[in-house]
Design a protein around this ligand. Structure first.
Ligand code: AMP
Length: 509
């Protein structure tokens, strides 16, 4: 079952429905969107000779063409590799090389970056909206290629704990399972809904976009291309039945915005990807009504581990309403979720351990990385690296992120990657990076640095990071220390660093 069939069907059955809109303007209807995707597929095979299973990079910021490229790839039986547009050119280079992409689509802002790093097996770079792109659209449409459920569809690159991203290979079956769960556990969906892509389509917003193609809902893009609360409020005012995916920090920005506009059109805000404070959930419910649903997932089981439905958010009379708001909800319909100890023994209700998942949403494995796959999927369970506990009613609460990952503004940052970068600077002897809780961003990056002869300045390290990693991964603060606290094995004690940082913050007021 090829996932692209959903668009083919929407194009046939609901062809006159708005499919893609910029602000309030409809750019494409479903019949047009389906036709364009089928032409792009025809071009990818006919002009460039791509074969089913080949990878195609999508170095694309959110744009009206995103869906036709994505579905065009699937229609042709290819594996799409959506890449976060904010990454550094080195990260683009790594992902393109690691995935073995033969062709890459890039939005105009990223064409130069990709051209600068392009090397075999990448044969072709196509600028979205450019002349060559126009040629693709003039090719005859082809029928949707047959795909087996386990065939790869989306390589989702997560940042690896070793600092190297890993490509979670998501199959057509995985994406179908995710779509089913959206309708079963998050929102029943109706054909007249609209989805706003306020977050990157290369990640959560795009993943949930698939369910909205299945239902032929309209995909609305903000004209600004960014996240500006007043524009989001305007879009809510325009589109009935609107829902969207937002990281907790985005929800907070909407709540904090003084705009006083009618939000009765709003159907649901799907939040997740990072912890949401209960106080913020309550403020959100006060502002919008209980129009929230939470998901907990990870690239390896996309959007699909647990869900906290709109009904639970609305059930304010429930004696444990607040505890439930502080949880990530109950297991989604197609997966089993368990808590296990370090030896993979199942743990009972109430005990904290690693969250493990199995079922149709769990990835095939990491692309070209059998060792990491065997390790992460050992015993048939996805080892999420997240810690949590179930209550007696099946609600899961996340306790800690065992991998020390930092989530800032809803985006994951792996300390190791920042540490490895800083360690390459000649002025740095040792470094350890932690997340500091922050009311606006969820967490901000703080680096503890042991400098060579006290010589290096924070400004120099900041400039170095700017040259080497994505902007959002840079430390917000550098704390220079004589030495790092370590245990007997020489392992840096991050817990002590967090405590020291928190104490210092308190004494600074
Ligand atoms: P990614 O693979 O980029 O989707 O990141 C997945 C990680 O984000 C998970 O392993 C969790 O640590 C975190 N995460 C996802 N959803 C939530 C949530 N609802 N609450 C707290 N943390 C979350």
């Amino acid at each position: 079952m090829n996932i692209a069939n959903h668009l083919v069907r929407a194009g046939a059955a609901r062809g006159d429905r708005p499919a893609v809109a910029l602000g309030g303007n409809v750019l494409l209807r479903y019949a047009q969107l389906a036709d364009r995707a089928a032409r792009i597929a025809g071009g990818l095979i006919g002009i460039y000779g791509l074969q089913p299973g080949d990878r195609v990079g999508l170095a694309m910021k959110n744009c009206p063409e995103y869906l036709e490229v994505l579905y065009g790839c699937w229609h042709a039986g290819l594996i799409a590799v959506p890449i976060n547009a904010k990454l550094h050119s080195r990260e683009f280079a790594f992902i393109l090389e690691n995935s073995g992409a033969r062709l890459c689509f890039a939005t105009s802002d990223l064409v130069e970056t990709v051209a600068g790093i392009a090397q075999p097996p990448l044969e072709r770079l196509i600028e979205v909206g450019g002349g060559e792109y126009g040629q693709l659209l003039s090719v005859d449409a082809i029928p949707c290629m047959a795909r087996a459920p386990e065939d790869g569809a989306w390589l989702f690159y997560t940042s690896g704990t070793t600092g190297r991203p890993k490509g979670a290979e998501l199959s057509h079956r995985n994406l179908l399972a995710m779509i089913f769960c959206y309708f079963a556990d998050m929102d029943q969906g109706t054909p007249w809904d609209a989805i706003l892509h306020a977050a990157p389509i290369s990640h959560g917003s795009g993943l949930y976009g698939l369910a909205h193609v299945t239902q032929a809902s309209c995909h609305v893009l903000p004209e600004s291309g960014g996240f500006h609360p007043e524009e989001i409020y305007r879009i809510i005012g325009h589109w009935p039945g609107l829902s969207f995916f937002a990281a907790p920090t985005m929800v907070k920005r909407l709540i904090d915005h003084p705009e006083d506009m009618d939000t009765s059109n709003l159907k649901q805000i799907n939040y997740g990807g990072g912890p949401m404070y209960v106080a913020d959930s309550r403020a959100g419910i006060e502002r919008f009504g209980p129009k929230f649903a939470q998901l907990y997932g990870q690239g390896e089981s996309p959007m699909t581990i647990t869900a906290l439905s709109q009904q639970v958010h609305a059930d304010m009379a429930h004696p444990r309403w607040l505890e439930r708001l502080g949880s990530v909800g109950t297991a989604q319909s197609v997966v089993e979720v368990r808590i296990a100890d370090t030896e993979d023994n199942f743990l009972p209700v109430g005990e904290v351990g690693e969250i493990q998942v199995r079922g149709d949403a769990v990835m095939n494995g990491y692309w070209g990385n059998p060792d990491a796959t065997a390790e992460t999927l050992r015993g048939g369970w996805l080892h999420t690296g997240d810690m949590g506990a179930f209550d007696a009613e099946g609600f899961l609460t996340l306790k800690d992120r065992s991998k020390d990952m930092i989530i800032s503004g809803g985006t994951n940052i792996y300390p190791r990657e920042v540490e490895e970068t800083l360690l390459r600077h000649p002025g740095v002897t040792e470094v350890s990076v932690i997340g500091r809780p922050d009311p606006e961003w969820g967490e901000v990056v703080v680096a503890f640095v042991v400098a060579v002869d006290d010589g290096v300045q924070a400004a120099a390290l900041d400039a170095y990071c700017l040259e080497n990693i994505a902007r959002f991964k840079r430390p917000k603060e550098y704390r220079f220390v004589a030495e790092l606290p370590k245990n007997n094995y020489g392992k840096v004690l991050k817990t002590e660093l967090r405590e020291a940082d928190s104490k210092a913050m308190k004494s600074n007021g």
